[in-house]
Design a protein around this ligand. Structure first.
Ligand code: GLP
Length: 274
């Protein structure tokens, strides 16, 4: 697993955005050979999306031949709800780039048959040729997408009931009222993320430091679903200093040395700068 430790959220966002941009540019997508990108929501990817929008507006990066699949969506709130993941993605990303709306896929948490909706989502991912790069955030309890502790490490897209922890963490988006937070969501599975050809997880802030420790130092464990990344051939975590509060000094030093020797940090942060 590659772990990149950046100074702060701003550098983390730039690093992640430039990494993603380079992957898309290298792939050189065409109408017959589209790049398939997995997208997260949450506060962690906001800076990444802002930087991707900047690159798009500058003409450096186009999304015309990019297909997206979002990680998850709440069950039972209207798509137009300001906190739905549909609203989040259009407001923060899709409305500001040159993506073709028909290439955007987000689970429908109001589908009449939620089980069929999830099965169809997996089919569409397969039809698109699988996901080239899955970007993701991480919950304080180490969940990826809405794969709560105890989720099967081979799970596919399905309905999940949210933990009290997640409901409390997300109630900041719902007037700080736990009763307003949906109790269920549709989410890609750990197995869906793991099937992507590459994965990039963003982990910032002190609140995520325990999850960070379990992601890279603990064993592979379904109680910290992000730890599945240890089994991925091309797994990347980009974090900030605050998220490293709980990892061993030797782990921290190794990854810092590695990124210095391999030039992994500055290469991406300074790429595409004005
Ligand atoms: C939710 C989302 C996750 C996200 C997590 C962390 O649970 N389903 O995909 O990673 O929140 O969100 P944030 O980035 O706001 O901390």
């Amino acid at each position: 697993m590659r772990v990149i430790i950046t100074n702060d959220y701003e550098s983390l966002s730039k690093w992640a955005a430039h990494f993603v941009a380079e992957k898309i540019l290298d792939f050189n997508p065409t109408p017959d050979h589209k790049f398939v990108l997995g997208c997260p929501t949450g506060s962690s990817p906001l800076g990444l999306y802002q930087e991707l929008v900047r690159l798009n507006k500058k003409g450096i990066l186009s999304f015309k031949n990019v297909v997206t699949f979002n990680m998850d969506e709440y069950v039972g709130i209207p798509e137009s709800h300001p906190e739905s993941y549909h609203s989040f993605m259009w407001n923060n990303f899709f409305n500001h780039i040159d993506i073709d709306p028909k290439n955007v896929h987000i689970l429908n948490g109001n589908a009449p048959d939620l089980i069929a909706e999830c099965a169809h989502y997996e089919e569409m991912i397969a039809e698109a040729g699988g996901i080239d790069l899955f970007m993701g955030g991480i919950g304080p309890d180490g969940h990826i997408a809405f794969n709560e502790p105890g989720s099967s490490m081979t799970s596919k897209t399905r309905i999940k009931t949210l933990t009290t922890n997640t409901i409390q963490a997300n109630c900041r988006f719902f007037d700080n009222d736990v009763n307003k937070v949906p109790k269920q969501a549709l989410t890609v599975g750990v197995g869906t993320v793991m099937a992507a050809r590459e994965v990039l997880i963003l982990c910032n802030g002190h609140l995520k430091s325990r999850a960070m420790k379990h992601a890279i130092e603990g064993g592979v464990n379904h109680m910290w679903t992000v730890s599945a990344l240890q089994l991925h051939e091309h797994g990347n975590i980009v974090c900030d200093e605050d998220a490293c509060a709980d990892i061993n000094v030797s782990t921290y030093k190794y990854f810092k040395d590695k990124q210095r020797i391999e030039g992994l940090l500055d290469t991406y942060i300074n790429m595409f700068s004005d």
